[in-house]
Ligand binder design. Structure first.
Ligand code: GLN
Length: 484
């Protein structure tokens, strides 16, 4: 049953081939048996899941059940869950049990989905390898000595290991797409503002966006149809109604114009990955698409601009963790200052502290203009590159990550090497555009991700473009070699 996609589960439940309780129990057992080797979950909510599944079965029996009724999913531990510990991968929130659900979590509850638990992640979503989690690293199901990518490493690994058919995740600079690429899964970061951020713990508020990771574009479309809603509780959430993202999946892509940025195929790209991307582009030509070379001249400035803007916003967002209102508090503080300093010093990990230091520095008087303002100007130029490109093309394609999954520990000591993991994904966030990654083959026996970037609010077309590729290829059906 664990091989089933979300679309197949929806069908199976309605045709009464199995019940939600049956598939939920099966996946819970599988997590129990196998997740010791992956560490993709921080919290498994077995009893709650079985209660939700029984309720879903009752709704299904009554008829008129909502789309995702009875379908098991899991949430990245960045989404607040009522009554269930929400750690954000940090010691700081190890004891945090929110009294409310994030809008995304609530949307899935309303749709009848069954949550199996909370997935592992880099601390406060900072990282590209899931090694900064307080709960230990996640292992890539394709090779247990390698990372699954980050920061949504748990969400991606759980899907790749077929512990759950779909997960929620978040992407500030690549955290949905890069782990999807490294684990052979399909992940989508929507347009900034398409999915509510309310109850999703903030990292860099002008960049953060929630989205799904699943095995197929069709499943990502089903999940996005639930996730994307307007939300009065998030003032940056776009005032647009929910939408059926599966409606256009079958459309022909004859005449589609695909922009291929010349900057994305240069130095730093693993040559086998480059070859797989070229093959995928050829496959698109066979499907009737036309390739157009484009240029994104400021793309080399994306990583440096991001590593000023994201830490600046993070330093402000993380100032709320002071040991007073919630989260970790140090033992026996001598006075208020000691309480702040030791609670933060002991509660945050190394990468989070590095970002707070960089961000506070970039925002401080005297440096603000030189760094923060400059980075915002560069951000504008990067956005303009895309606006110009989308005058000529419908979507943009290239590699998601410059290399396949790397070894645990390989980049840990070198933050800059780690930051370069997102060299192809970060510009999308700076511009607020939607992006996705889908499997397109293997390099060095590890999965390769093809990145599709779309124009603003063009998620339905991107999903159509991805689905058409998946109808003509079988990379997304390859399963990681799970040691049962
Ligand atoms: N790897 C990037 C970082 O560490 C992006 C993380 C993310 O998208 N949350 O900031």
């Amino acid at each position: 049953m664990h091989q089933l996609t979300i679309a197949e589960i929806i069908r199976g439940l309605r045709e009464k081939q199995f019940s939600s309780v049956e598939i939920t129990s099966h996946l819970l057992e599988r997590i129990q048996q196998l997740d010791g080797q992956y560490n993709s979950f921080i919290t498994v909510t077995g009893e709650q899941a079985l209660r939700e599944a029984a309720a879903a079965d009752a709704r299904l029996a009554e008829g008129n059940a909502p789309a995702m009724c009875g379908v098991p999913i899991a949430h990245k531990d960045i989404f607040c869950t009522n009554g269930v510990r929400t750690s954000c991968g940090s010691k700081m929130l190890d004891n945090f049990v929110p009294p409310y659900d994030a809008t995304v979590v609530d949307n899935f509850l309303q749709a009848g989905a069954v949550s199996l638990g909370k997935t592992n992640m880099d601390e406060f979503a900072m990282g590209s390898s899931n090694e900064s989690s307080y709960y230990g690293p996640v292992k890539n199901p394709w090779d247990l000595e390698r990372v699954p990518g980050g920061s949504s490493g748990g969400s991606a690994a759980a899907v790749a290991a077929q512990l759950v058919p779909g997960t929620t995740a978040s992407d500030t600079g690549g955290s949905i797409r890069q782990p999807a690429a490294l684990t052979g899964t399909t992940g989508l970061k929507p347009t900034y503002g398409r999915v509510s951020r309310w109850g999703m713990i903030a990292f860099a508020s002008s960049l953060d966006q929630g989205g799904p990771i699943a095995r197929t574009a069709e499943d990502a479309a089903l999940m996005l149809s639930v996730m994307a809603s307007s939300d009065k509780k998030d003032s940056t959430c776009l005032d647009r109604p929910t939408q059926d993202y599966t409606a256009n999946l079958k459309d022909s892509i004859q005449g589609l114009k695909i922009g291929v940025p010349k900057e994305y195929f240069g130095e730093g790209l693993d040559s086998e990955i480059g070859a797989r991307i070229q093959e995928a582009l050829r496959a698109y030509e066979k499907l009737g698409a036309e390739l157009v070379e484009i240029s994104l001249p400021h793309s080399k400035l994306a990583v440096p601009a991001y590593y000023v803007i994201a830490p600046a916003e993070a330093s402000a967002n993380l100032s709320r963790f002071d040991g007073v209102r919630y989260g970790y508090r140090c033992e026996n503080p001598a006075d208020l200052r000691d309480l702040y300093m030791r609670s933060r010093g002991e509660g945050f990990g190394e990468e989070v502290k590095r970002r707070i230091l960089v961000g506070s520095y970039a925002l401080s008087a005297g440096y603000y203009d030189a760094y923060y303002n400059k980075a915002q100007q560069v951000r504008r130029l990067i956005k303009q590159d895309f606006v110009d490109a989308f005058q000529k093309v419908d979507v943009i394609m290239g590699p998601t990550a410059p290399n396949p999954a790397f070894k645990l520990g390989e980049k840990n000591a070198d933050p800059v090497a780690m930051y370069l993991e997102d060299i192809y994904t970060i510009a999308t966030n700076l511009a607020g555009l939607p992006g996705m990654s889908l499997p397109c083959g293997f390099a060095h026996n590890l999965p390769v991700g093809l990145q599709i970037t779309g124009n603003y609010l063009d998620e339905a077309r991107m999903l159509n473009v991805a689905h058409q590729f998946q109808q003509a290829s079988d990379w997304h059906t390859k399963a990681a070699p799970v040691a049962e």
